[in-house]
Write a protein of this length. Structure first.
Length: 420
């Protein structure tokens, strides 16, 4: 295997990234370079010339999930997954991009979910940089993975203010450093509830990094410090570059990039846009819009009915395809289990907290399907805003337990649980 170019996007807001060549042995070759992906230097396209490019996407932007579906075809999974997860996501599924990996031994499909707007931003930057042969993966999935039977060693790359965490073949996330110990404790409790034990089993945790900030880890975590990778954080990901799971590539479906067609499109984009505008003027925008909407409605109804028939052949009478599909998928999800309610509740709480800048998380406590969230807010109104943000998920029941003024802060406590 030849050298590959490894690029790590550090932030969508700044477009800052770092890159280096990786040898066939998984070692960094040469220096690590930093620059902007929005305004890339010529050295980036030169390094990518003739090489496979592996692009790491920040874990905060990608939600890793699993779904149990009675199909084997990935395209059918991508058609059905949005209906299955629609009510457990805080964002409209129409604004999200789904990628499905290869079916696992458990019968579940691994999923990666990211905002379509982020994908459009990413594809635009890749076009500007002239990067074509690209595989884009969530960064947690390129941390080292050590398996003992079916048990995975937990791995955490600890940086100055954040942690990239991997807990299995297709499981992981990125989170702020201060929140990491709390999430570890909840994951331990969730693991104990899944295997029906009173106390969590000891869990091995490999910490990767240099000059790691002080961390107070929960009991039950056996942590070992690994300082073998270079102080350059790209070295923590490079050993996995030659052994990636291409099925989890985010550049699929609507964002599948074919270099030749892409180049042709860029050349003719302005001409096509002008022609389309002329067509709208000649035909009349109102008539054109009506025809397009009716055609789209017909296509969507036919697609939903086709997926319903092929996925659930026992259904003989179809009255409302969308409602019948959601009903069947929800029944499958309940029967398949899915590892408890903690992760869906935690995911919703995490997104809600990030949407209210003035709120600071203090602690989490999960018992019997209820997650108690203690936090500080700058103003009393921010507690109501957080509650309203969480209640956008119709599956959640949110209760304000307390709200007390403490000097210049308001100390609040919410209880979050799944609707019965």
């Amino acid at each position: 295997m030849s050298e590959k170019l490894l690029i790590r996007l550090l932030s969508f807001e700044t477009s800052l990234c770092e890159w280096a060549l990786v040898t066939a042995q998984g070692q960094l070759a040469g220096d690590v370079t930093q620059g902007s992906l929005e305004e890339p230097p010529s050295s980036l396209s030169s390094a990518a010339s003739g090489r496979q490019v592996i692009l790491l996407v920040p874990g905060e932007e990608v939600l890793l999930q699993r779904a149990a579906l009675p199909v084997n075809n990935t395209s059918k999974v991508l058609q059905a997954a949005p209906y299955l997860l629609e009510e457990s996501l805080t964002e409209d599924v129409e604004t999200l991009h789904f990628t499905a990996g290869v079916k696992m031994a458990s019968g579940e499909f691994p999923l990666a979910i990211i905002a379509r707007e982020r994908m459009r931003q990413l594809v635009n930057w890749l076009d500007v940089a002239g990067l074509n042969n690209v595989i884009a993966l969530p960064e947690p999935l390129l941390l080292p993975l050590n398996m003992e039977g079916e048990i995975a060693e937990w791995v955490a790359l600890v940086e100055a203010s954040r942690v990239v965490f991997r807990a299995g073949q297709h499981t992981g996330f990125s989170v702020e450093l201060d929140s990491f110990p709390l999430l570890l404790e909840q994951l331990l409790q969730e693991s104990a509830s899944i295997i029906d034990e009173a106390e969590p089993q000891a869990q091995q945790l490999r910490l990767i990094g240099h000059n790691i900030p002080s961390l107070t880890l929960p009991e039950g975590i056996n942590a070992a410090l690994d300082e073998s990778p270079s102080i350059r954080t790209l070295a923590a990901f490079s050993p996995q570059v030659q052994n990636i799971d291409k099925s989890m590539n985010l550049l699929q479906g609507a964002f599948n990039r074919r270099p030749q067609l892409g180049n042709v499109f860029r050349v003719w984009r302005l001409t096509a846009a002008l022609a389309f505008i002329c067509l709208l003027v000649l035909m009349g925008s109102s008539i054109s819009e009506y025809v397009q909407l009716k055609q789209r409605e017909t296509e969507l109804n036919a697609a939903i009915e086709n997926v319903l028939k092929t996925t659930f052949p026992d259904i003989k009478r179809i009255v409302n395809p969308r409602a019948q599909m959601k009903s069947r998928l929800n029944a499958l999800q309940r029967n398949a289990g899915g590892g408890g309610q903690f992760l869906p509740v935690l995911s919703a709480v995490s997104q809600g907290l990030s949407s209210i800048p003035g709120v600071t998380l203090n602690s989490l406590n999960y018992r019997a399907g209820r997650l108690d969230v203690e936090f500080d807010a700058k103003q009393l109104g921010e507690i109501d805003r957080l509650k309203q943000a969480l209640e956008k998920n119709s599956l959640l029941k949110v209760t304000v337990q307390s709200a007390n003024q403490d000097k210049d802060r308001v100390r609040g406590r919410l209880r979050v649980e799944m609707q019965s």
